[in-house]
Write a protein that binds this ligand. Structure first.
Ligand code: MN
Length: 240
């Protein structure tokens, strides 16, 4: 079985109950897709983190609070919340390693933003105050996590398109930030109608895909399950 490392939020996260729920859904989704999930703890030094990383067949970057804006050369912003410096340190290192080593990875929500920032891209710190038209993408709290609040258009010929099998579909949306300048090497794989980037991928990588929505909260949707299955399959191929 493919050993899949999952990044985690700190116990001190202000919205810990919500993040616990999302992480539990990811654990279930990885298990159902045939993977063996293991949580990557915070607090390891670089050498120990690297040893744990070396055992993993794939890394899944989970959702969570905002990245410290200094990591993408931006100032503080009142809407930025849940910053966890140790989590930033661990995940930024892991992104650089999976990219350098061509190890399969899958990013979800914050995971997509971490990917972009680690490779040199920037973020909208807050869509409501920084993005033209102030589109609403933070359908929480108050709505169920599986509420599909907006559509996405998937890029033709992308890995995402091959997995999902349809050019337009509705997704859930639990984020207030989004990719701004895309890191060099990354390609947009899907956008919302307002232009907000909803998925990115790393071409010529065995499996380098990240989505802004939460497929783990849509476990009954075959196309969302296929995202996890394709990732686990790539991780298995990487091990063999
Ligand atoms: Mn969205």
């Amino acid at each position: 079985m493919s050993l899949i490392g999952l990044t985690i939020h700190p116990a001190t996260a202000p919205d810990r109950a919500e993040l616990d729920t999302l992480l539990a859904n990811i654990i279930q989704a990885v298990e159902r897709a045939g993977g063996l999930p293991v949580l990557i703890p915070l607090g390891l030094n670089d050498a120990t983190l690297r040893k744990l990383y070396a055992r993993l067949d794939g890394v899944l970057f989970s959702g969570g609070g905002d990245i410290e804006p200094a990591h993408y050369r931006a100032d503080a912003h009142p809407a930025v919340g849940g910053v966890a410096p140790e989590r930033d340190r661990v995940e930024l290192a892991l992104v650089r390693w999976v990219v350098a080593d061509s190890k399969p990875f899958f990013g979800i929500c914050r995971g997509m933003q971490v990917l972009n920032v680690a490779l040199g891209g920037t973020l909208y710190r807050d869509l409501a105050s920084e993005y033209p038209g102030a589109p609403k993408h933070d359908f929480y709290p108050g709505l169920p996590y599986d509420y599909r609040s907006h559509a996405i258009q998937v890029e033709e010929d992308s890995l995402l398109s091959k997995i999902l099998g349809e050019p337009v579909l509705a997704v859930n949306s639990l984020h207030h930030q989004a990719c701004h300048d895309l890191a060099s090497g990354l390609q947009v794989a899907a956008r919302a109608a307002d232009g907000v980037v909803e998925a990115v991928e790393l071409p010529r990588h065995p499996f380098g895909l990240a989505v802004q929505w939460h497929p783990e909260c849509l476990p009954d949707a075959p196309e969302m399950r296929r995202l996890f299955e394709a990732f686990i399959a790539a991780a298995g191929a990487n091990r063999d």
